[in-house]
Design a protein around this ligand. Structure first.
Ligand code: CTP
Ligand code: MG
Length: 255
């Protein structure tokens, strides 16, 4: 925590304060918890609160806007604005972006509760120091061996009956798994979001839209621990990691 007597020294590049947009308006179908994923309990609090805490502690972040499922609007804390999200993820981001008036904006998925204030500040500082770039994304180097198949991936369930054939093994040298936070110049993100509905629907992150619009997007290496909660297994892993993180140092279960 900050104290008045010993302020944390910030790099010069951090001085333009960024805002944050948290996308929390998904239905959480693959998790199957029977309600919106953002409000599922994780290590003692709603999933979205873990991200909100990290953004509250990040020195580079000012206002925070959260997009939640329409009808699920609720108080999420001091200094946190809440808006109704859209059908597609990028529409939720666009709705929240309307409340933002800073030059830089950090977009984050509520589904990544292990994000840290340090990662957020690093991303903002990197973009602030690179006027040539439209955005910077957190990403982890790919660790799996990657195969390209001859055929497109079949629908779930059909894979057991034969399945595709390997065409080639793809070199991992240039491959990264994109995560959030993703920090953008708000003007570039607004321009990128002003596109046709098909492109919006196909976008699995905002960087994809900014890239398509011609913006340069930088990669900032981030640990795989900044995982996305999609399934029940992810929720259990996240619970374990967050419980370890919050446990007083040196204590072991049962000690
Ligand atoms: N999201 C959003 N608005 C949407 C869809 C998704 O704000 N219309 C958010 C989710 O709340 C989540 C993030 O985007 O924090 C990543 O999406 P995903 O992990 O796919 O979450 P859900 O869409 O909720 O899950 P599912 O696809 O399993 O239904
Ligand atoms: Mg989804």
């Amino acid at each position: 925590m900050r104290s008045a007597s010993a302020p944390r020294r910030l790099p010069e590049a951090l001085s333009p304060t960024a805002s944050a947009v948290i996308a929390a308006a998904g239905s959480g179908e693959r998790l199957g918890a029977g309600g919106p994923k953002a409000f599922v309990e994780l290590a003692g609090r709603p999933l979205v609160q873990w991200s909100l805490e990290a953004f509250a502690l990040a020195e580079s972040i000012g206002p925070v806007v959260v997009a939640v499922p329409p009808g699920s609007e609720r108080e999420l804390g001091v200094g946190v604005a809440v808006v109704a999200g859209g059908e597609q993820r990028s529409q939720s981001v666009a709705a929240a972006l309307e409340e933002i008036d800073t030059e830089l904006v950090a977009v984050h998925d509520a589904a990544r509760p292990l994000v840290t204030p340090e990662l957020i500040d690093e991303l903002v500082a990197k973009l602030a120091s690179r006027p040539d770039a439209a955005g910077v994304i957190a990403a982890a180097p790919l660790t799996d061996t990657v195969k390209r198949a001859r055929e497109p991936r079949p629908p779930k369930g059909e894979i057991a009956r034969g399945g595709p054939t390997v065409a080639q093994t793809v070199s991992r040298d240039h491959l990264w798994s994109a995560q959030t936070p993703q920090v953008f110049r708000a003007a570039d993100l607004r321009k990128a979001l002003d596109t046709d509905p098909q492109r919006i629907a196909a976008a699995t992150d905002e960087a994809m839209l900014v890239e398509k619009a011609g913006g340069k997007v930088l990669i900032h290496p981030s640990p795989a621990e900044n995982l996305k909660v999609t399934t029940e297994l992810d929720l259990r892993v996240a619970e374990l990691l967050l419980t370890q993180r919050t446990r007083p140092e040196g204590r072991r279960p049962g000690c």
